[in-house]
Design a protein around this ligand. Sequence first.
Ligand code: VG1
Ligand code: CO
Length: 560
Amino acid sequence: TRRLVALDAPFTDQKPGTSGLRKRVKVFQQPHYTESFVAGILAAVPAPAAGASGHTLVVGGDGRYYGQEAAQLIIRMAAATEGKIAKIIVGHKAILSTPAASNLIRKRQAVGGILLTASHNPGGPNNDFGIKYNVSNGGPAPEGITNKIYDFTKTLKEYAIMEDLPEVDLSEIGTHQAGDLEVEVVDSVADYVELLHGIFDFAKLRAFFAARPDFKVLVDSMHGVTGPYALRIFGEELGLGAGAVMNATVLPDFGGGHPDPNLTYAHDLVERVWRDEIDFGAASDGDGDRNMIIGAHKTFVNPSDSVAVIAHWATEAIPYFKNGLHGVARSMPTSGALDRVATKHALTCYEVPTGWKFFGNLMDAQRLSICGEESFGTGSDHIREKDGIWAMMAWLSILAAFAEANPGAEVSLRAVLADFYAQYGRHYFARYDYEDVSSDGAKGMMAELRANLPAAGSLVLGNADMVVQESGDFSYTDPVDGSFTSGQGLYVRLENGSRFVFRLSGTGSQGATIRLYAEQYHASQVDLDPQQALGPLLRAALAVAKLQEYTGRDAPTVIT
Ligand code: VG1
Ligand code: CO
């Protein structure tokens, strides 16, 4: 039976951040809390056209704690929409990587999807859960819609739910019925693998490995959602065996780890790759949309370089792009390496605010093929999310193409990067994260910096090498639909091409995280240590922002 459940008072804290609503599991477990946000999403789903049948919605998540409960709850609430939602497609055991969910939404012409993930945030009963709404193009809902959801929840008085429906057995693939709602449980991996087959040349990659039996690959799924995907794609399809994937079991608490693929949190992989001289090492985050690429000789592919190198090689290395690229894009804090590739290849390079939702319109308008963020996110218009496994496949394809183009040369990540830097020069890039600082301190620091940004023509701290060319608070007007977004990060660009940026994270679940991004270009000095090359700039930025004064921190939590 359909029941209307009344709330004592609406929740006022359900404002989605950079990528969905992320809170402690305990917050989602409060009575009616998850229901309230789901009600907001269901209200944001457009009504079906007159006479048309109800919509299809995709549901799935990264396997974290509370995902099963949330999926069952969404089914009971969707079944109470009186036909607005007629069908739910859900991953086996409610598991879908974020890229796989984006693909399913597009492929099955769903009205949207509900993604049960807090991405790279730790999971388990005392950590984070998250819910993200994606729209019919497969991408994260734009701000217009997330604001609507937030406004709806702030005044919600009651929500509808089917009370006495038995749980749907999500471990059984096939079609189930939940009242009037059809629930199709699908293999989590199959459609995604098919998608990749239409993008990459699997036979060529197999031949590459067959010709190099000593070439070692190690993929770290960090007990996140990509385990089954990586086992199937790298282990089986590319013939590398199950040993090529570590931490492949999806665990509700990610094995107690922090499923964020960077040099700090993916340290087990980093240690093995650098110690055992593994040629190609890669990691992905909890929900599978991020990637880190590392290799022997202590090689680390900075994500800002990664998207630029992929764009440089795309038409040659990846069949999906053989007819050329529409354009490229990066988030504002991401380095300008991609801009150089765009200039050389006569492509437009768009600069958008942080967060994947800003790429979708450009892709839908066929203005954008490849894009990336400095935060270990890389992707293309094959879906509307960043895609960790896609990035790994792209880099393997580049290695294969590099081998073909340079017979007899060393085939390694290091060689590909050296070749790239020789052609374009190098954008040194570093990011400092100060996690879990006091919200007041972070806000105070940003407010003072915003008010006192060093002006064009002035010297940063009187330093004669640091003449300010431009500074401001980044805003963006979407060239496709004209929507305007402001307050996206404080930047100071110097006349020598260097830049630093401060912004506050929008994905944390408690306190505040300050991010400082720095970049500096060198045309010919390409072998410096990035932290050393950027040291003076970083120190100047920290002093200008009075970071230590406001936060009491003298060192970052994570350095990239
Ligand atoms: C961070 C990254 C941003 C990324 C977002 C979601 O946001 O900086 O580039 O798009 O996470 O990634 P913020 O607001 O904390 O800086 V994921 O893998 O969490 O979906
Ligand atoms: Co993620």
